[in-house]
Design a protein around this ligand. Sequence first.
Ligand code: SF4
Length: 382
Amino acid sequence: MDLLKPDYYDDFSCIADKCTISCCREWKINVDDVTYRKWKAVQPPEDVPGHRSSLQAYTIKKEGSRIMKMTEDHDCPFLAESRLCRLVSAYGDQVLSETCQIFPREIHTFKGHEEAAMMPCCPAVLDIWNKKKNIVFPEIPTEKLKSLFLIRRKLTELLMDTKKSPEEALLESFYILKELHRNAACQDAVFIKIIEDYFSRKTVCQLGSAIREVELPSLDTMDECNEILQDLAVNYRKEELYQKYLDPVIELAEELSEEYDGDEMEEAWEKFRREFAGYQDLIRCFLANEIYSDLLTPEGTLEDAIIHMQWIGMEYAAIRQAVFLSWQKNNCKELDYETVRDYIVVITRMTGYEEADIREYLENSFEELLWDWGYFALITGK
Ligand code: SF4
């Protein structure tokens, strides 16, 4: 089966001991059944602390999954002081679990083809995008005939359009998705024509003008993003994960939930948005890649795609808010690339939910599973 890859895919290599947010720390590392069985007969390397009889003894069951039992410092027990993996040093890559072997790659299998992509929860992936400044996604052989693939292609093109801000592209994308959803019962050929019409230059241009007329008070956006960020961080803070990143910004988020000076905050928000705009190319790559890798699932419907788009919007709202708060904590000094990159890494690790968990989170957190455009616009802002 063909494996289709975006143009940056083969540029990746793990920076291992130079990685500042290693995937071997503060995370849930899955151990698949095949690896778990294989590990019964594998002795841990001698320098692993608390030496046990086999690698199996370093795993636990949590919420139905088998995962690595992390140390008190939230490290994988096989992570050496040199920040290299002791298992790889002793036995080579083949002993690793599937998760560790493929991360940060992900492969999705669709009928007739497979798609590969990279996840943004690895800083080395963001470094590639930051240098490249754009991504070319592979063409799916049947995408002109299959509505969901065609919609995804058009959305990634909208996101990669440098004449629009990422926010404008998101607002237009969500509006079109909702409109297409109203027409989803049409016959295939008619629906393909409707998709082409909605994404035509003329319609997108009219839509962009109409959206620019909509009033979206920036402080309402800031307030709502503040709530979203705090909600997403609750469990991670309980488990004392990512404290270095979350503690300072959540403390400030909590203060802002109490009160702030509206005029001062509006000025700070506008100034921040100008600073943040310096990373638009990176944000475009990030959002387009999220749409490419997460919008569609093998059996998914247009409704599922809308739900995934909401999740991507929420993830972006939380990232931007975290970067804003970190910038404020840093006395509104120049916004550096590492801050933007590290919060993308941390927040996308926090939002890396399974399909069913995304639905459950949205059902529990919002009145309706499918948002109206107004709410999507509120958290996206302009
Ligand atoms: S997060 Fe990425 S660069 Fe860092 S150790 Fe893991 S795979 Fe390597």
